[in-house]
Structure formats: structure tokens, C-alpha cells
Design a protein around this ligand. Structure first.
Ligand SMILES: C[S@@+](CC[C@H](N)C(=O)[O-])C[C@H]1O[C@@H](n2cnc3c(N)ncnc32)[C@H](O)[C@@H]1O
Length: 386
């Protein structure tokens, strides 16, 4: 099949609304910041659209387009990528392009016709079912005894589920043939810690040991009581300060959810020192950089307290992500949950790769922090690693 024919065949199926999902990948240029694009059909206000998820080196972007605009975007993507995996109603098609656009077209008829689900019509599929009773969610007051999520706890339920989704995504980065050690720093009432334990240990049957650490003695005592009542024998809660926590030699996964201010940085520093394979961190309020910011060039922003605070918070998360990249992590900043549910909606996801930074990466970090007069706690903690 030649290149033009391939385009016609592919676009025909798209215009017939037969698409289940497609991924366009394998950039022609390694330096391409855009790494892959995932495409799914969705319905918006009753109109068929395509949802495009653009996965860049560090961020994800999304757009919904009407069918008539797809051809132009598709042509553009073909100038950047060489591979397409696509699932249609009755067939799977894999397309591979050579540098000179020679086409390899592999078509596999599926035995059964697949159902096309337009995602906005579909009830949100949570990893934890919002109709099923979970003993830990009942004990934590998120669900009623019958398994109904309490109205005022729905945001918490969504947060927990979203976090569990991220945990599920990162399973491939965790060790396979031994117990997985997990720490939740600033675990508080420990909704997340219990959910994580339930999902990985009880639903997935993985060999894990989980510790939640927090400053609050009474809260920790209550969490330990619940863990014992539920027979969660590989889950424990300890009272303590993240900064003084030196009990472990190595930890595989470190998570934090809204650990206050630099408690997030303490947790990130601990994780790096342990060589944790996976770090998932949703930061909380941030005050450190707000106090340090002192650049006349930024005065147009920093003269407004509200903007200064938001800017400081975003810059802090960017700095955190950059430091993690410098110390050998593939790091992404992702949207944790819709901003309408919580303004604290940035998740830092870091997978250990051990890749060394280039001098240019170090330089741009130094230039940025100098410009802001920033002296990040995390940089100080990880001086010898950067
Ligand atoms: C906003 S709460 C979040 C609790 C929980 N992760 C959640 O999302 O429900 C932040 C928690 O971090 C704990 N925390 C703050 N600084 C800490 C530190 N240095 N060491 C241990 N825990 C800390 C607080 O006690 C508090 O329980």
C-alpha cells in the first residue's frame, strides 16, 4: 500500500466513526518534544468528537476536535511520527512508516465486533467502585455501611481513586520478585494509605509493606486501630517527623498527598536518598519561595500578593520537578484532579532512570533559581546528588 492510499484507508475508518482508540508514536526526530498522541472518540453535547491526548516530554495536553478537523491534524502528525496502533470496531490496524514513507500495513480482523463507547457518555470507571462497600472506606467515613459514597465525601473519594490510578500506572516500575516497600509521608487520616494497601495487596495480591508517617499521635493511633481491625497486617502507622525518619535502608515507592509546605520536599529528599523507583507527590501550600522571591524583573507580578503566591507555588513545583530530573528521575507534572474539586491539583510523578543530567540542564536550573533568588530546601537536601 502506498502512503496516500494508507491515509485514505485510515481516514475512511475515522470518518465512519469506527474508532475505538489509536496511538500515534515513534517520533521521526528524537529531539521532538511531543512523544505520542492518543486518540479516542467522545461525545460532547451530543456531537461526535475526537479526544486527542498529546504526551510531551514532561506534560500532557488535551484537545477535543470535530471530525472535519482531523485530516489536517493527522497529516501534520504523519510528518512527525512513524507508527500508528489503532483499534477499530471490527479490526486492529498497525501502520509502520519508513523514513521515506514506505508503508507497512498490518490488519487483523477481530472475531467479535467491539462496542464503541463514547467516553463522555460513559459512567466514570473508578478503580474503586463507587457502589461497592469497602471496609476501609466505611471505617474512614467515606462510605455508608451499604457502600454508598457519602455526598460530602465524594471529592475525597475522587482524590483517592485518582491517586490509585497513578499507583496502578506505575506498577511496571516496581520490583517484581520481592516485597515492595511503600511509604506515605504526612499520611494524616490515611485515606490514601488504606486505599493503596487495599488496591495493591487485596485486589492485586502484591507482596507489599506500607508505612504511613505523621506528626499527629492521636490520628496515627486511630489509623493503627483500623488497620488491626481490618487485619491489614502489612500496614503500619508511625508517629514521627519526615525529616527525622531514618529507619529504612531502601524504599521502593514514596507517596505524599498534600503534605504541608516543605514536608513535601523532605519526603522527596528522603525518596531520592533511598533511590525510590517511584515517587508520586501532590504538594500542598507553599511558603518557602514566596519569602525568597526578590527579582525586580518580576515586580509586575509579585506586587500582587495573590499572584505572587500562585507564581511561587508553580515555580516551586517546577523547581522540584527539575531537581528530580537532575538526580536521575524521569519526571512529569500532571493534573491530579480537576481544579473544580481542589485547587491543589498538581501531581509530581517521578520514575527512577539513573540518567545523568547534561551540563546544559544544570545550567538552566542554576539560571532559573538565580533569577528568582530561590534557595530551595530540596536543592540543599540533595546537594551531593545534583
Ligand atoms: C493536609 S494533611 C494531608 C493528610 C493526608 N495525606 C490526606 O491527604 O488526607 C497534611 C499532613 O501532613 C502532616 N505533616 C506535616 N509536616 C509533617 C512532617 N514534617 N512530618 C510528618 N508529617 C507531617 C500533618 O500532620 C498532616 O496530617
Amino acid at each position: 500500500m502506498d502512503f496516500e492510499r494508507m491515509k485514505i484507508e485510515f481516514l475512511d475508518r475515522i470518518h465512519n466513526k469506527d474508532l475505538i482508540a489509536a496511538t500515534i508514536s515513534q517520533p521521526r526526530q528524537k529531539s521532538n518534544d511531543l512523544k505520542r498522541v492518543k486518540i479516542k472518540p467522545i461525545e460532547l453535547k451530543g456531537v461526535y468528537h475526537l479526544h486527542l491526548e498529546y504526551q510531551y516530554e514532561r506534560i500532557l495536553k488535551h484537545e477535543n476536535i470535530e471530525l472535519e478537523h482531523f485530516e489536517e491534524i493527522f497529516n501534520n502528525l504523519l510528518t512527525q511520527f512513524r507508527q500508528i496502533y489503532s483499534e477499530f470496531k471490527n479490526e486492529n490496524i498497525q501502520i509502520q512508516l519508513s523514513k521515506k514513507n514506505k508503508v507497512t500495513w498490518k490488519l487483523e480482523q477481530t472475531k467479535q465486533s467491539k462496542e464503541i463507547i463514547l467516553s463522555h457518555n460513559r459512567k466514570k470507571q473508578y478503580l474503586l467502585d463507587d457502589q461497592k462497600p469497602y471496609p476501609f472506606l466505611i471505617r474512614l467515613g467515606v462510605q455508608t455501611e451499604e457502600g454508598k459514597v457519602k455526598k460530602q465525601k465524594y471529592d475525597k473519594f475522587r482524590q483517592i481513586n485518582r491517586f490509585v490510578e497513578f499507583i496502578d500506572d506505575s506498577l511496571g516500575h516496581l520490583p517484581k520478585n520481592r516485597q515492595i516497600r511503600i511509604l506515605d509521608f504526612g499520611s494524616g487520616k490515611s485515606y490514601l494509605t488504606f486505599a493503596l494497601y487495599h488496591y495493591l495487596k487485596i485486589e492485586k495480591g502484591l507482596d507489599i509493606r506500607v508505612t504511613g508517617l505523621d506528626l499527629k499521635k492521636e490520628v496515627i493511633e486511630e489509623c493503627n486501630r483500623i488497620a488491626q481491625d481490618l487485619n491489614y497486617d502489612q500496614l503500619e502507622f508511625l508517629v514521627g517527623d519526615i525529616n527525622d525518619f531514618n529507619e529504612e535502608q531502601s524504599v521502593d515507592m514514596v507517596v505524599t498527598l498534600h503534605a504541608c509546605d516543605v514536608a513535601t520536599d523532605m519526603a522527596l529528599a528522603r525518596a531520592v536518598k533511598w533511590g525510590a523507583k517511584v515517587i508520586l507527590s501532590v504538594p500542598c501550600c507553599q511558603h518557602e519561595l514566596n519569602r525568597q522571591l526578590n527579582s525586580p524583573s518580576l515586580e509586575i507580578m509579585t506586587q500582587h500578593g495573590l499572584i505572587k503566591e500562585r507564581f511561587a507555588s508553580l515555580a516551586t513545583d517546577a523547581i522540584r520537578a527539575e531537581i528530580l530530573s537532575l538526580v536521575g528521575y524521569e519526571t512529569q507534572i500532571l493534573e491530579f484532579i480537576d481544579i473544580e474539586h481542589t485547587p491543589k491539583n498538581i501531581l509530581i510523578r517521578a520514575y527512577f532512570t539513573g540518567e545523568k543530567p547534561t551540563p546544559a540542564q544544570r545550567d538552566r536550573y542554576t539560571a532559573f533559581t538565580r533569577f528568582l533568588s530561590a534557595q530551595p530546601f530540596l536543592e540543599n537536601e540533595l546537594k551531593e546528588y545534583i
